[in-house]
Design a protein around this ligand. Structure first.
Ligand SMILES: NC(=O)c1ccc[n+]([C@@H]2O[C@H](COP(=O)([O-])OP(=O)(O)OC[C@H]3O[C@@H](n4cnc5c(N)ncnc54)[C@H](OP(=O)(O)O)[C@@H]3O)[C@@H](O)[C@H]2O)c1
Length: 415
């Protein structure tokens, strides 16, 4: 007889797949504050298709994308999927995690039942014409974010992923640390090393917004690893201390400035001059941190609307501002004179391809990059973790929740 479901923390017998599972679920009627939007429910275990893998989730990472999913804005992810023909009226989020391969679908040959894996957060159609023609799968028209644009994410006892989403779990890490580094780590890796010729070189000065956040914590370490000089921006003393511990050459406290947001109208000379004065003062703090009158060759962006004008102004001649998000808004102003006269590059960047995921995983496994796990919750606390992120009250680093791992700190399981 097929087992109906497992209680949280109850590990199945090898090969046993229950028909239902606990998952942290968002429904449209609960869209709003993340702490209320997620609720643990029993749902059917999804089927495993060709080229796919069923993973028993031990732990999952908490990321900003499911803050947006919980709010139902700017995209109603459930309605968007339903428009594409998906019948399910709910969302199971979670775009990274760690677990044990529990079953493999037809044609899967790269992983085996029992493998310990970490899961990456983007999927694509490997048979798509653009991929077959050689484009980076992250640039394929078929690319979508698992556990955000796609359903059946990591906040569930079982998850179905495409085989190439599985990467070897660094053996030295607990389940929850392994679940927490890949999304931010691989995204920062691509931002800093994926856009030649603007890759971090020894001696390059790099400005990192939100240095104590998930992305920022990874970015500081990657810049150091490649010989660059990371300068972090934060908004509290303990966050500044975290950045310095990770290897930041200096920290700028954004509370000392008030020129954030959209640029003043170009015809308002007084307002423009006031803005420029603040931006120059910010630049002087950058020089002090670097120890020389040097501008950042790369600026790692994600706040968006509040900070892009400063990023574009400060970026070195022929340097790059590379952006992967818009936490503070999407209507960001660029004074085009700085863009063309100084020949700067404004580059969009989105998660990472398989090679980039492997590269950051190898750095973590080798002990070169700390996953910076800052908080571990339970499945019942998925909403709380996202709420802290939304309110910007989370501790410095990355956040995770235990799913089937019976307790924190476990590196293996008897199952
Ligand atoms: N496209 C992708 O593949 C991808 C991947 C990962 C993340 N992202 C996006 O990147 C953003 C950050 O992600 P994360 O995981 O690093 O989040 P996080 O852990 O919450 O860190 C973001 C940091 O940004 C800083 N911040 C908040 N408001 C700010 C403001 N008004 N001005 C400047 N800095 C501000 C905060 O630090 P301080 O208050 O200390 O300054 C915060 O710690 C999110 O929007 C997320 O969706 C995109």
């Amino acid at each position: 007889m097929t087992l109906d479901h497992l209680e949280p923390g109850q590990l199945p017998a090898p090969g046993e797949v229950p028909s239902r599972m606990y998952a942290s679920v968002i429904r449209p009627e609960r869209y709003g504050a993340p702490v209320d939007a997620f609720r643990t429910e029993l749902v059917d275990v999804p089927p495993v298709g060709p080229g796919q893998v069923l993973v028993m989730m031990m732990a999952a990472g908490v990321n900003y994308n499911n803050v947006w999913a919980a709010l139902g804005k700017p995209v109603d992810v459930i309605a968007a999927r339903q428009r594409r023909g998906d019948p399910f009226p709910f969302h199971i989020g979670g775009s990274e995690g760690a677990g044990v391969v529990w079953a493999v679908g037809e044609g899967s040959s790269q992983v085996r039942v029992g493998d310990h894996v970490v899961l990456s957060g983007c999927r694509w159609d490997e048979s798509a014409a653009d991929i077959r023609a050689g484009v980076d799968p992250m640039a394929s028209t078929t690319q979508r974010v698992w556990g955000y644009e796609e359903n059946w994410g990591a906040f569930a006892q079982f998850a179905v992923v495409d085989e190439y989403q599985c990467h070897p779990k660094p053996a030295n890490l607990s389940w929850e640390a392994a679940a927490a580094y890949l999304l931010t780590g691989a995204t920062a890796y691509r931002q800093l090393l994926g856009w030649p010729p603007h890759t971090v070189r020894p001696g390059d000065a790099v400005l990192i917004w939100g240095g104590s956040g998930g992305l920022g914590s990874m970015a500081i370490q990657i810049v150091r690893e490649y010989g660059g000089i990371p300068v972090a921006v934060t908004s509290s003393d303990d966050r500044a201390a975290h950045c310095l511990r990770l290897g930041a050459a200096g920290v700028i406290d954004r509370r000392e400035f008030d020129h954030w947001g959209r640029l003043p109208d170009i015809s308002d000379e007084v307002a423009v001059n006031t803005w420029l004065k603040e931006a120059r003062r910010f630049g002087q703090r950058f020089w002090e941190a670097v120890g020389a009158r040097r501008a950042p060759r790369i600026v790692l962006e994600h706040p968006g609307q509040d900070t892009i004008p400063t990023s574009m102004y400060l970026c070195d001649t022929a340097g790059m501002v590379v952006i992967c998000g818009g936490t503070t808004g999407y209507n960001a102003d660029v004074d085009l004179r700085f863009l063309w006269m100084r020949q700067k590059r404004l580059q969009g960047s989105h998660f990472a391809n398989v090679a980039e995921c492997r590269a950051i995983t190898q750095l973590v496994a080798a002990g070169r990059i700390d996953p910076c796990l800052a908080w571990t919750g339970t499945m019942e606390q998925v909403g709380e973790g996202h709420q802290m992120m939304h309110d910007n009250t989370h501790p410095p680093g990355n956040l995770a929740v235990l799913i089937n791992a019976p307790r924190p700190g476990m590196t293996t399981t008897e199952a």
